[in-house]
Design a binder for this molecule. Structure first.
Ligand code: HEM
Length: 196
């Protein structure tokens, strides 16, 4: 029998591939990203993580061992957006409204998993000449750095502690969270830098 972590990987693989394709993978891998596309990525990530972190904050007991304060990505994204003189996008408090703690755990899988690919993405971003000056102090895509593996393992332990009766719900919620990412990305307009 597969563990819930194995099922998550298998049962969201296609959605991961679609997400990569949607999020500028072609120009990213070709080293041809434009600043406007990078800004769009930061905005979409902020919208997702801000809504998810706010929802998790509402469930401190269930998420105690998740150590959210050690996993927050919004401060990194806010620093990156400020560095580019960008306003924060509108928040989306509706995104995870009415999601149960178990559902939010599925969404947290998507948020934490996205940190695994971040290192690869940073490497690709740096191949785009137009982005290089914007990346000097970039924080979000550096992710958890040397702590990445430990953090992923600690998250895996939380997943492993979940009752089997909840596995289907966790997986279904992770799939919905991937689709929420797609929705955010499509509905966030790539923004030009605000004129100072
Ligand atoms: C172009 C962008 C992306 C690239 C190149 C990428 C790449 C990767 C890579 C290489 C891994 C495996 C890392 C490892 O096993 O050590 C991974 C895992 C993962 N990524 Fe991405 N990723 C991208 C974007 C995203 C985004 C935006 C999300 C969330 C919406 C996401 C969610 C995940 C998840 C959940 C996993 C964990 C899979 C597992 O269960 O092992 N990724 N990604």
């Amino acid at each position: 029998m597969m563990t819930v972590a194995e099922r998550l990987r298998h049962e969201t693989r296609a959605l991961h591939e679609q997400t990569e394709a949607l999020l500028y993978t072609e120009p990213l891998r070709a080293g041809a990203m434009h600043p406007e596309q990078y800004r769009h990525l930061l905005q979409a990530h902020w919208t997702f993580h801000q809504a998810l972190e706010a929802a998790i904050d509402q469930n401190p007991v269930f998420f105690r061992s998740y150590d959210q304060n050690d996993r927050r990505k919004t401060p990194w994204l806010e620093a990156d957006l400020a560095e580019l003189n960008m306003d924060l996008p509108d928040s989306r408090p509706d995104l995870f409204q009415h999601w149960s703690p178990i559902d939010l755990l599925g969404a947290a899988y998507v948020g934490e998993g996205s940190m695994l690919g971040g290192k690869a993405v940073m490497h690709y971003l740096q191949k785009s000449p137009e982005l290089q000056p914007l990346l000097i102090n970039a924080r979000f895509y550096r992710g958890y750095g040397v702590e990445a593996l430990d953090k992923w393992k600690a998250f895996g332990a939380i997943l492993a502690a979940q009752e089997e009766a909840n596995h289907d719900r966790i997986i279904e919620a992770a799939q919905r969270a991937f689709l929420a990412y797609h929705d955010i990305f499509r509905h966030t307009q790539p923004q030009r830098q605000a004129v100072a």
